[in-house]
Design a protein around this ligand. Structure first.
Ligand code: HEC
Length: 149
């Protein structure tokens, strides 16, 4: 009986190990260097387009862009962190743009995933949208507490 329990445990651990072996670069897709840190997300997603043809967020979300006039969100500079983390959304004032530790309550995730409750359009406003892997990496950064790293 005990042996069976141990075997089951070993098998479960092996499975968990296999899941962790997934390489980050495979998940990151068209942004090979993307990691769940703020500096990487800013460099590889907010400020840059990628090989999928996705527009950079900063092309609209900059101090002289139309998106900034509409929703006041600047993703072009170092100020992006202070515009996101713990800051109330303009479109949905009851929701934080980024709620540290809670991606499902973060309006940024709602807009990237194109959830039904959002105001306006899914981001980045025109396709191609972000890949599932890119979205997972941003989600992970928020799960880790959305540190300024
Ligand atoms: C083509 C221009 C354009 C691009 C590119 C773009 N946005 Fe937007 N964004 C807008 C506009 C315009 C709005 C307001 C209208 C709407 O939501 O459709 C907006 C609204 C938002 C909001 C809501 C802000 C709030 O406080 O309610 C978030 C969050 C957002 N964008 C994030 C992003 C991110 C992240 C990217 C890059 C992945 C991105 N956007 C790319 C134009 C753009």
């Amino acid at each position: 009986m005990l042996t069976i329990a141990i075997r089951t445990l070993v098998a479960a651990l092996a499975l968990a190990g296999a899941a962790c072996d997934e390489r980050l670069a495979d998940v990151a897709g068209p942004t090979a260097n993307l990691t769940p840190t703020f500096s990487s997300i800013q460099r590889d997603i907010f400020q840059a387009s990628d090989s999928s043809g996705r527009a950079s967020c900063a092309s609209c979300h900059n101090p002289s862009g139309g998106a900034f006039r509409q929703v006041g969100l600047d993703l072009a500079s170092e100020g992006a962190y202070n515009s996101l983390v713990g800051v109330t959304s303009t479109q949905r004032p009851g929701v934080l743009r980024v709620a540290p530790g809670d991606p499902d309550s973060s309006y940024l995730m709602h807009k990237l995933e194109g959830r039904s409750g959002i105001a306006g359009l899914r981001m980045p406003r025109t396709p191609p949208f972000m890949t599932d892997g890119q979205i997972r990496i941003i989600r992970r950064w928020i799960e880790l507490g959305a540190p300024r790293n």
